[in-house]
Design a binder for this molecule. Sequence first.
Ligand SMILES: NC(=O)N[C@H](N)C(=O)O
Length: 277
Amino acid sequence: MTARSYYAPKGGLPPQTDLITDRAVFTQAYVVIPRREFSDIVASYLPFWEKTRAWVIARPLSGFAETFSQYVMEVQPGGGSERPEPDADAEGVIFVVEGEVTVTLGGKAHAMAPGGYAFIPPASAWSLRNTGGAPARFHWIRKAYEFVDGIEPPQAVFANEQEIEPAAMPDTGGRWATTRFVDPTDVRHDMHVTIVTFEPGGVIPFPETHVMEHGLYVLEGKAVYRLNQDWVEVEAGDFMWLRAFCPQACYAGGPGKFRYLLYKDVNRHAKLGGFGR
Ligand SMILES: NC(=O)N[C@H](N)C(=O)O
């Protein structure tokens, strides 16, 4: 496996000499959380997690219109949890950006290194430990699984992005590609977490506007991102949260690849007849 670059926030505070730039944005349609916001001030300590801090970077706000929460987790050696997930209906994806963790699910231990992906089905008994000698950092994306009468929830998936060939988007000459961890036509899945990669100069050449929400964490590189009517500069370590229908496009600035971890809700009917999901 070739070593990949992943941006992993380290906490702490920005230097006193730094300017406070205006890149943090909160609007009705989208939020931008720059990497510098991952400071000690906004870290949480979660119940039943030991030697662990969490940065909650997305969560349902209005109580009816949003689908997911996303955390950056930082676990010290030996830390972790035997009771990680409080909600029996929650499914989860873990994506490791630094260090080594072991996820035990159904009695089987899975060692995960940077680039490691795990899909954890709802109502799973699982645990997670930092089994390495250094701090481990990973994204944890949680969603209430939308059960469908007659369809069983999907099984667990463990993979590493370095084992998967990214699929080029049509008509892009390979400048825009997506690494998929599950089959997009498998309707048991109601969320996808993928990695989107642009070569320098690659673009999303039109403002995508769709019902799916996004959590979008920049793993590598930089770009200008179109969010609703605004163009925003983003770089490795920044997070964007996009509400349903927020128009989005981008130009990858180079000189290296621009890559991000993308959450998307998929494969379910729209709820009719009022509020509530
Ligand atoms: N902003 C994005 O990368 N969007 C993806 N193309 C997507 O919605 O699949």
